[in-house]
Design a binder for this molecule. Sequence first.
Ligand SMILES: Nc1ncnc2c1ncn2[C@@H]1O[C@H](COP(=O)(O)OP(=O)(O)OP(=O)(O)O)[C@@H](O)[C@H]1O
Ligand SMILES: [Mg+2]
Length: 468
Amino acid sequence: MFSKLSIRLGLLLFAILMMMELLLYVGLYVSLVDERVDEVSGQLLARGNTHRDVLEDTYDESTLSHVTVMESASDFIVVITDAEGEIIRQSGPVDSALTATIREADRESAPHAGRVIESGWRKNKYIATDSPITIEGRHYGHVYMFAPTSIIREMLGELGGRFLSVGILSLLLTLLVIPFLTRFITRPLLRMKRVTEQLARGGHPAGLDTGRQDELGDLARSIGKLSKDLDRMKNERNAFLASVAHELRTPMTYIQGYADLAMKPGISGEAREKYSAIIREEAHHLSKLVGQLFELARLDQNDFAVRLSPVKLSALADSVLSLVRPAFEEKGVQLLCNIPERLVVRLDATRFQQVLLNLLDNALKHTPAGKQVHLQATVLKDTVKVEVADEGEGIPEDELSTVFDRFYRVDKSRSRKSGGTGLGLAIVKEIIEAHGGQIEARRRPAGGTVMTILLDKGGDDGTHSSGG
Ligand SMILES: Nc1ncnc2c1ncn2[C@@H]1O[C@H](COP(=O)(O)OP(=O)(O)OP(=O)(O)O)[C@@H](O)[C@H]1O
Ligand SMILES: [Mg+2]
């Protein structure tokens, strides 16, 4: 239930949230404190100025007593001095800290609007203001106002208490919310973990669709698709293995049957020769099949790479044509070639030779005597188009793409006679795709097949992985 991931995520979230809350609270607290201290000193100055104004109006004994009596009821202390700082009246007890503040105050430069002369509430006992009394241009004295910093401290203590309770409350809320948050994030991940484990064990994953539209939803859908692909690949593999077994069994059965026949006592020399020929033909077919299966297995490997190098296509075609020409002449099929003399393409020469051999072999097999097979290449911008066109019976429209499947033959009954394994085009396709190219089959309106290969002309990095 509580995986390592959710604990780590929870701790991280907790740390981040707490840090943010702490920062916010400290900021808020500091600004509130500053505001309150400013407010108190502003109030203090305003009161001092009012007293000063009254005294400037009528400076006599009764006004002096009036001011001090008025202030004695408040939290503040008012001290009235003469121009030299000698105390004339005070509203409360005067201690050494208070007299020291008055003594150190600069009386000459005090502005008439008054000023705060002590604001350090943290280290002093009082904050203080000074409002100078000026009557008819003469410097008469000062009204000093004092607020004990204990009031501020008390107030801050109260504020701190409130902050603490709000802090504890938000801590509790954070602690309460975090499990939900982490569950919200990690639950789909944990579910996917379970599902992929199921997948790895070969089971069918269920309950993956989270219905979410975010990245986690995407991930869930990708895993779902992966599981389907895996299923499909498993089925394909099974089907392929079944085909392999089937394809191997047929020649084996022939070989076994004819070997038994050939060894029967009293059989004529002529019959034995005939049977041996069949056995040899089947053994040949078998070894071709096994060879092609090996070839496919190699092409299927993930790290299979073609070695690309600039190749003069006409020269490569010439060497292929010289190999197949005798067979074409024997069957009476005309072989034409039309490749630009100077065309250079980046490809794997050996592999591409194999491709052309396969395609020309197919063309020859399916083209009747007296007709033509045409090998040609054209350049289209950055692509090279290589085509093998024949005038044979063609491939039915709905089988044009399936002929590239392994073991696929259009005419199943004739396949044994023609000796084909049905793997040639599958190998061709793998090689072309390893080159980063494409191949497709097309029917000619006039009858016959065109195999079209599209290849990058070059300027590539050198190798192409065949991929999965
Ligand atoms: N040029 C073509 N004309 C008509 N049908 C073709 C042509 N090329 C291929 N085919 C059809 O596609 C099938 C698959 O071809 P592929 O080359 O893979 O196998 P194959 O020729 O039967 O065997 P292999 O190439 O191993 O000798 C062939 O059996 C044939 O039916
Ligand atoms: Mg073939």
